[in-house]
Design a protein around this ligand. Sequence first.
Ligand code: ATP
Length: 360
Amino acid sequence: MDQDAYLALRGIHKRFGAFTALQGIDLSIRRGEFVCFLGPSGCGKTTLLRIVAGLETQSTGRIVQAGRDISQLPPAERDYGIMFQSYALFPNLTVAQNVGYGLVNRRQPRAAVAARVAELLDLVGLPGSGARYPAQMSGGQQQRIALARALATSPGLLLLDEPLSALDATVRMHLRNEIRALQRRLGVTTIMVTHDQEEALSIADRIVVMNHGVIEQVGTPLQVYREPASPFVANFVGKVNRLQAVAEGGHWFRCGDKRLQCTPADGTAVAPGREVALYWRPEDRVVESLREDDPLHCAGTVRHIEFLGGNCLAEVEVEGLPGQPQQLQYSLNQVDEFGVREGGNVRFALRADRLRVFPV
Ligand code: ATP
């Protein structure tokens, strides 16, 4: 067991009848960390969170929190606060009664509950709203109340199950920044489930990327984005281009008329003649001081430009790559950068240091 871990999951399996939802999850989370479980629908992230909460029982495996084996403890005996996607507030209770619910259950004195509720409503930016009812509050405000309720007992662990996905984009972004700031301030170890990669990249200290009941990668946002451990992670986190290539030995690869040297993602050599896939992000290109004899030089025609606000994504038909016509996604900082237009030509070089190579 990892001595530094605040929360340690060891060999967690979960079966629902004949279906295996989780297969051998091992994970250590440090005290004060903000961790996101990220993955597509059905990958098992919610099931894993519910197992940590004791709302679901693992088929096999152990969970240790703060040195205590909680594997078989009922939810009420575990030390966490939880917030769900749907606000899950009691509609017939006031905001203050909702926030103070767990404290009243623990038979705290009335004055202490009132003081703590006021403190929490301040903390989530809703001072003075204790007498109102959930139905009188907006979606974003209701989630703040749910957050205050989850934090009421000062739990050691905060569990957030897609807490932002029912909110509109502006409120979502605002609240996610607030959750992050609050989490830092309180230093509470936090797990958030999300299927939104941008959300995970922006909020997490570490991301646990899951697929079909297994962990594909655990890493910082930068690691999972820049150094994806598998084609699945490369595809799921951010936009990526995939190019087919053939290994020539010594970390050299042939990709259409290009020859390039790069280290495979797992660092091992690929046998000559073996097919590989090169993954390349749209922004990992060089446009300055281009040389036509650069082995990674590309020339192509822009077929489409997608305006994304701060930057643009161009679909470029590139010459000399396998699988013609090969369309690459290519990132531009502005539409008029280098005078790029639909139907126009572009030249750039792929950054070899940013290519990820996986055997196929
Ligand atoms: P989503 O984002 O859609 O909630 P998820 O990654 O959180 O997806 P889970 O809810 O953990 O996925 O479900 C993982 C798998 O386990 C799914 O295939 C789901 O159908 C299955 N599953 C979850 N709960 C049960 C249950 N109580 N009985 C049977 N199968 C279940």
